[in-house]
Design a binder for this molecule. Structure first.
Ligand SMILES: *[C@@H]1O[C@H](CO)[C@@H](O)[C@H](O)[C@H]1NC(C)=O
Ligand SMILES: *[C@@H]1O[C@H](CO)[C@@H](O)[C@H](O)[C@H]1NC(C)=O
Ligand SMILES: *[C@@H]1O[C@H](CO)[C@@H](O)[C@H](O)[C@H]1NC(C)=O
Ligand SMILES: *[C@@H]1O[C@H](CO)[C@@H](O)[C@H](O)[C@H]1NC(C)=O
Ligand SMILES: *[C@@H]1O[C@H](CO)[C@@H](O)[C@H](O)[C@H]1NC(C)=O
Length: 496
C-alpha cells in the first residue's frame, strides 16, 4: 500500500509539474500548430513518467533482492495476503527470554498478562524443562545454535540476543512487530498495540525505553532499549537484523548483556532508538510508588523487576498487587495510572490521582509542576543512591504533616458501557502521625472516582492531562469523598 502511494506521488509529480510543462510549451514552434505541440508534450510527459516509474520500481524492490539472505535465513512472510488493517494484538510476536531455572517462578508474571487465545509468541528456554506446570500459559521453544558463540560474561546473553533472529526465522504469517521481553516483564498489551499502531512496520523501527537510573545509561547507553522493559523491532528491521545477527554476536562477544548486543547491531544498520515513555525497565530499588503515582503522560506499556521491588500495594504480595492494578487496567486500559490534579480550595488541599492505582491528598496547595514530579520513594539500581534519575524527583518529607495522605485502589466497577467507578481506601501507615488539622485528621477514609473510558485514539495526538473535579462541593459523607476525572475545558488550568 505504501509503495503504491509513493508511485502515485511520483506520477502526480511528473505529470503535474508546471515547470516541465511550461518549458516544453514555451519552445517557439515556427510551423507547428497547437495539436502537434500537445501531442509532443503528451509523448514527452509519458516518457518522463515511464522512465521514472521504471527507475523507481527497480530501486524499490524488496531489499532481499539487493542484499540476498544467506541460505539459512530464507524465511520470508507469505505475501499472497496483504493485511492493511490497523495493528492489533495478532500482529505482535512476543519473544520472552526465559530459562529453565527461572521460568517456573517467573511464569507467574506472564500468567497475569498473557491471553492464550490472542497473544502470539514463545518463551525461549535454554533446554527442555523436565516438569511443566499445567498452568503455564506461554508456549515454549528451545533456543538453538547459540553454543557456538564466544562470550566473556554470559552465554545466556548470546542466546537471548538471538531471540529476535530465531523469532523471525519461524516465518510466521502476518507478524508486524517482534516484541522482546524478560520473563519478569509484565506487558500491558492493549497499550503496546496503541503505541506500535502509531508506527509503520514496513520501516525500520527500534522502539523501547532506557533505564531510570542515570548510572545505568552512562554505563550502557542512553540510546539502548533496555531489554527488561521490553522493546519492539519492526518486521523490516527484524529482517535486516536476522541477516547480520550472527556476525554481530561474533563481533560483540565481549559485551555484557543481550540488549547491548542488539543495540550494537541496530546501530550498525544506523537505526536510532524511538523512545516511548511507557516502557519501564524499572532499574530502581525500593518502592516504585512515587514513580507510578506520577507516571509520564504516556500509556503504560510495561513493568519490570516487580519481584525485586516493594509490592505496588502496601500489605499485599507482588502478584496480588499486580492483579489489583490489572483489574483496573482491564476496565480502562488507556487510562491506567494516568495522573490528574485538582484542588479543594476551601480546605486548601491538593489532590493527585493516578487512576486505577492511588490518590494522594496534601494539606497544602502544591503547584501542578510539583505534583507531576514523582516523590522519591526509591533509589538507583546499581549504587542504591538517591539519584540521579532520568527524571526529576521530589524528596519524601520526613515530617508526617507534610506527607500526603495515601489512598490505594480497593475496588473498581464498570458503569454502563463506557464509564467506571473506582474506590480508593486510605492506608494508615504505622509510625509518627501528624497531630495537626487537615487531611491528617483522617476524616476521609475512602474516595470514589468516576471517569469515562479513555479512547486509545487519545494517545495518537499530543496528549493533554485530564482534569479532575471534586464533587458535591467537597462534602465528606461517611468518610467518603467523590471526585470526577474528565477532559479539561478549553480554558481550564490547574491553578492554585
Ligand atoms: C499463503 O497464504 C495463502 C492464504 O492464506 C495460502 O492459500 C497459501 O497456500 C500460502 N502460501 C504459502 C507458500 O504458504
Ligand atoms: C487483527 O486484524 C486482522 C486484519 O488486519 C484481522 O483479520 C484479525 O481478526 C484482527 N485480530 C484481532 C484479535 O482483532
Ligand atoms: C508462582 O506460583 C507457584 C504456584 O502457582 C508458586 O509455587 C510459586 O511460589 C509462585 N512464585 C512466585 C514468585 O510468586
Ligand atoms: C495487613 O494484612 C493483614 C492480613 O491480610 C491484616 O490483618 C492487617 O490489618 C493489614 N495491615 C494493614 C496496615 O492494613
Ligand atoms: C485507619 O485509621 C482509621 C482511624 O484512625 C480507621 O477508622 C480505619 O479503619 C483505618 N483503616 C485501616 C485500613 O486500617
Amino acid at each position: 500500500m505504501c509503495r503504491e502511494r509513493k508511485m502515485n506521488l511520483i506520477r502526480l509529480e511528473c505529470c503535474n509539474d508546471p515547470i516541465k510543462v511550461s518549458r516544453f510549451s514555451l519552445v517557439p514552434e515556427k510551423f507547428g500548430d497547437m495539436v502537434v505541440t500537445l501531442i509532443r508534450i503528451g509523448i514527452l510527459v509519458c516518457l518522463v513518467a515511464s522512465v521514472s516509474l521504471t527507475l523507481h520500481s527497480a530501486f524499490s524492490k524488496k531489499p532481499d533482492q539487493w542484499f540476498p539472505l544467506p541460505e539459512h535465513v530464507h524465511f520470508v512472510q507469505n505475501t499472497s495476503f496483504v493485511d492493511t488493517g490497523p495493528t492489533n494484538i495478532s500482529h505482535i510476536l512476543f519473544g520472552i527470554a526465559g530459562s529453565v531455572n527461572t521460568w517456573h517462578d517467573r511464569s507467574n508474571y506472564s500468567k497475569q498478562w498473557w491471553n492464550p487465545s490472542t497473544t502470539r509468541g514463545f518463551v525461549w528456554l535454554d533446554k527442555k524443562p523436565s516438569v511443566l506446570h499445567p498452568d503455564m500459559v506461554v508456549p515454549y521453544k528451545i533456543s538453538r545454535g547459540w553454543a557456538q558463540f564466544k562470550y566473556v560474561h554470559s552465554a545466556s546473553a548470546v542466546r537471548i540476543a538471538r531471540i529476535v533472529y530465531e523469532s523471525f526465522r519461524l516465518g510466521l504469517p502476518n507478524v508486524r512487530w517482534f516484541v522482546m521481553g524478560d520473563d519478569d516483564t509484565v506487558f500491558f498489551t492493549e497499550n503496546l498495540v496503541t503505541v506500535l499502531g502509531k508506527y509503520d512496520h514496513h520501516q525500520m523501527y527500534y522502539i523501547g525505553g532506557n533505564s531510570e537510573s542515570v548510572e545505568q545509561n552512562v554505563m550502557h547507553s542512553y540510546n539502548m532499549a533496555f531489554g527488561g522493559g521490553g522493546f519492539a523491532v519492526s518486521y523490516a528491521l527484524a529482517a535486516h537484523l536476522a541477516r547480520m545477527m550472527d556476525g554481530c554476536l561474533r563481533r560483540y562477544f565481549y559485551f555484557y548483556g543481550s540488549d547491548q548486543r542488539v543495540w550494537a547491531c541496530v546501530h550498525e544498520i544506523g537505526v536510532p532508538l524511538t523512545k516511548e515513555n511507557g516502557f519501564h525497565q524499572f532499574d530502581i530499588r525500593g518502592n516504585p510508588y512515587g514513580f507510578l503515582a506520577a507516571h509520564p503522560l504516556a500509556p503504560l506499556v510495561s513493568l519490570h523487576h516487580i519481584g525485586q521491588l516493594s509490592p505496588l500495594f502496601p500489605n499485599q504480595t507482588h502478584i496480588h498487587s499486580l492483579q489489583k492494578l490489572i483489574s483496573a487496567y482491564s476496565i480502562d486500559p488507556a487510562r491506567i495510572v494516568q495522573q490528574s490534579f485538582c484542588y479543594d480550595h476551601k480546605r486548601r488541599w491538593s489532590v493527585s490521582i493516578a487512576w486505577g492505582y492511588t490518590i494522594q491528598i496534601y494539606s497544602t496547595l502544591l503547584i501542578a509542576a510539583d505534583l507531576q514530579m514523582p516523590l522519591q520513594t526509591f533509589q538507583t539500581w546499581r549504587s542504591w543512591s538517591d539519584g540521579p534519575f532520568t527524571f526529576n524527583t521530589r524528596p519524601m518529607s520526613s515530617d508526617p504533616c507534610k506527607q500526603p495522605a495515601m489512598f490505594f485502589l480497593d475496588q473498581i466497577a464498570k458503569v454502563g458501557t463506557s464509564g467506571s467507578v473506582s474506590i480508593y481506601k486510605r492506608h494508615n501507615f504505622s509510625g509518627a502521625q501528624c497531630k495537626r488539622e487537615g487531611i491528617n485528621r483522617r476524616e476521609v477514609q475512602t474516595i470514589k472516582v468516576s471517569a469515562l473510558k479513555l479512547d486509545p485514539e487519545y494517545w495518537k495526538n499530543v496528549p493533554r492531562r485530564h482534569c479532575c473535579q471534586i464533587m458535591d462541593g467537597g462534602s465528606i459523607k461517611d468518610g467518603s469523598m467523590h471526585i470526577r476525572v474528565r477532559k479539561c475545558r478549553l480554558q481550564e488550568t490547574i491553578t492554585i
